[in-house]
Design a protein around this ligand. Structure first.
Ligand code: CO8
Length: 261
């Protein structure tokens, strides 16, 4: 199943139209060192360009997702060294991936790991999953969206509590406050994420991508502008063959065949 022998980020294609990006650096609890980040960015850049891939699952190990940024790599760094790393260029291919990305999270998703999960569009968490932004305990703060994506996901009062205390948020609580999409038994996390990815991969990709793009871009716009953006994207889809196919299949009472055109 694996297409790569790479030790830290593996690509698998278990179902038609779906790619699984798996972080595998167990000796450091999947901490995001520079090698992992570069490989993640490269895989997401490549998958974004592939017409045959319609949804992506991002996962870690069975016991842990990602224990954060690699503390060894920044413990003694200077501000200019941190600036020069331009890590935003490595997060961008994930944040801007046009295809839906589903995180399958078991165990710890801490610091940069929690932020990585929040880059995704849907988060399926195993019952054992634990989320936290513990940077404050290291004299730091979240640096890859943890203050911004978290507040947008769960609102001010939960986000402040989580980021200011660095507390662990267990899966059921994460579900209750809207930090994850679903909680499932640990041994079903990847299977459930794959089922969702496969369901989405069978849908017309242009519509799927427009929904994602408009939802993310619109969330940071004034409502009027966001609604205009939505309307324009909605109108644009009337130029797609898949829209005509969807309507025809409905009237002909048959299964539609979507080609992404
Ligand atoms: N970085 C580097 N190494 C790590 C990390 C990490 N984040 N987490 C674990 N490891 C290593 C340990 O050092 C240890 O290595 P060794 O065997 O050589 O001593 C190995 O993984 C196993 O770890 P533990 O023995 O600690 O395993 P436990 O099961 O006892 O505990 C924990 C697991 C709870 C995950 C624990 O390791 C832990 O608390 N890790 C640190 C969690 C943390 O603070 N994460 C936040 C990091 S800061 C961050 O993410 C900032 C993000 C900013 C965005 C990025 C911008 C650049």
């Amino acid at each position: 199943m694996s297409q790569s022998t790479d030790p830290v980020v593996l690509l698998e294609y278990p179902v038609d139209g779906v790619a699984v990006v798996r972080i595998s650096r167990p000796e450091a609890k999947n901490a995001l060192n520079s090698a992992v980040r570069h490989q993640l960015a490269e895989h997401f850049r490549a998958l974004a360009r592939r017409d045959d891939i319609r949804a992506i699952v991002l996962t870690g190990g069975e016991q842990f997702f990602v224990a954060g940024a690699d503390i060894k790599e920044f413990a003694t760094a200077s501000p200019i060294e941190m600036y020069g790393r331009h890590t935003e260029l490595l997060w961008d291919p994930i944040a801007r991936c046009p295809k839906p990305v589903i995180a399958a999270v078991n165990g710890f998703a801490l610091g940069g790991g929690c932020e990585l999960a929040m880059h995704c569009d849907i988060i399926v968490a195993g019952e054992s999953a634990r989320f936290a932004q513990p940077e404050v305990k290291l004299g730091l703060m979240p640096g890859a969206g943890g203050t911004q994506r978290l507040v947008r996901a769960v609102g001010k009062f939960q986000a402040m509590r989580i980021a200011l205390t660095g507390c662990m948020v267990k899966a059921p609580e994460a579900l209750a406050i809207g930090m994850v999409s679903e909680v499932v038994p640990d041994d079903q996390t990847l299977a459930r994420a794959l089922a969702l990815a496969s369901e989405i991969a069978a849908l017309p990709p242009l519509a799927v991508q427009q929904i994602k793009e408009v939802m993310l871009a619109g969330a940071d716009l004034p409502l009027d502008s966001a609604l205009t953006l939505e309307r324009k994207a909605f109108q644009l889809l009337f130029d797609s063959a898949d829209q005509k196919e969807g309507a025809a299949a409905f009237f002909e009472k048959r299964k539609p065949t979507y080609r992404g055109e």
